[in-house]
Design a protein around this ligand. Structure first.
Ligand code: FAD
Length: 341
């Protein structure tokens, strides 16, 4: 039988709103697991504009997308949320006293409440336009790294020139039998320090770097044996590879949210403005994914929604406990939970 993770709340989406929900729920003793298909926290802030400044977070005159993410992670640390990255929540089903959620990696949760903080939907990798690529996906073509073991002692080809391509080149080099990074130009859109490290590995003969674009895949029964590459000089050449990791960026797609049996309005989830609950009792929706009269798709709105959602979630999880309104400034009880003295 599958191991089931039992918890008070599952939060779908580790964007800024899902992260702050951990804080509001944590103050009310609600334990959370957070799931995101991305391999890190931050949602749009981390994925779409990590270095751009945000000017409308209350009391923080300017903060970048990545800094906001880092500060939220620090703020919620006392509550010990458990993160499940690179996993997409595929299904939600009602059980006797809560919900059962299953991810595309097979991880199963039983939770008393569900908080959908799915933003604009799942970040989904862009698929390179190569004929027959779908026959290799999941067996020798991967868009993310879930377990490094899959790449152990393999001839690995990484394609792309952004942060993901560079990060995984550095991380998989020690595990792979051989590793080649292929990019269509010699300029990279990645952290300069990673580019520098990659070039050092090339210099030392630990990996190879090639210029060009994959035009064809070769192999059988889902097992890749090599690719045809069109080099920068226009000449084509064959390159042997057992696994390929194309990192061509991500797009946002609503994804499985549409299949959960909830009412939807133009791909958004309608909620009330008292509890931010969906058409299903015990399932809440906060942040960019929800809609109600007057909704603004701003981070600060999502923070407010999380605070009110937490009150309602508490009533479901602790039906016999009365909630007493408290300030973090003056409640020693709340301060104990936050670990401050
Ligand atoms: P998101 O940040 O979209 O995060 C949702 C997460 O859920 C994603 O990581 C996604 O992968 C994940 N997810 C979805 N479905 C699933 C699933 N089934 N399984 C697993 N994971 C799933 N707002 C401001 O307030 N001020 C600004 O200055 C500002 N500037 C912006 C600039 C740009 C360029 C952009 C694009 C947006 C800006 N925004 C700004 C908007 C702001 O980023 C969003 O309002 C905010 O990110 C919404 O947060 P969220 O947590 O609701 O969703």
């Amino acid at each position: 039988s599958v191991d089931v993770i039992k918890t008070d709340a599952v939060i779908i989406g580790a964007g800024p709103v899902g992260l702050f929900a951990v804080f509001e729920l944590g103050l009310l003793d609600v334990k959370c697991h957070v799931i995101d298909i991305l391999d890190r926290a931050g949602g749009q802030c981390a994925e779409l504009y990590p270095e751009k400044p945000i000017y409308d977070i209350p009391a923080i005159p300017v903060v970048t997308g990545q800094q906001l993410t880092d500060q939220l992670m620090e703020q919620i640390e006392p509550f010990g949320p458990e993160f499940h990255f690179s996993e997409q929540v595929d299904s939600i089903d009602k059980t006797g006293d809560g919900f059962r959620l299953v991810t595309d990696a097979g991880t199963t949760f039983e939770s008393k409440v569900v908080v959908i903080a799915a933003g604009g939907g799942s970040f989904t990798p862009k698929r390179p336009p190569l004929p027959g690529i779908e026959n290799y996906e999941g067996t020798s073509v991967y868009y993310s790294v879930r377990k490094m073991d899959v790449f152990k002692d393999k001839d690995v080809l990484i394609v792309g020139g952004g942060d993901s391509a560079l990060d995984w080149t550095l991380n998989l080099q020690p595990v792979a039998k051989s590793l080649t990074l292929l990019h269509r130009r010699s300029e990279f859109r990645a952290a300069p320090a990673s580019v520098q490290k990659m070039l050092e590995l090339v210099e030392g003969g630990d990996i190879s770097f090639k210029l060009g674009q994959v035009t064809e895949l070769h192999g059988d029964n889902g097992q890749l044996t090599g690719v045809t590459v069109k080099g920068s000089d226009g000449e084509t050449f064959e390159h042997p590879a057992e696994v390929m990791l194309p990192f061509f960026g991500l797009t946002m797609k609503l994804g499985p949210v549409a299949n959960w049996g909830l009412n939807l309005e133009e791909n958004l989830i309608p909620v009330d403005t008292e509890k931010f609950e969906t058409s299903e009792k015990g399932i809440f929706a906060i942040g960019d994914i929800n809609t109600y009269p007057g909704k603004l798709k701003l981070i600060l709105s999502g923070f407010h929604e999380g605070a009110l959602m937490a009150q309602a979630a508490h009533r479901i999880i602790y039906p016999d406990k009365k909630l007493i309104f408290q300030y973090t400034t003056s409640s020693s009880n709340l301060q104990k939970k936050l670990g401050v003295k």
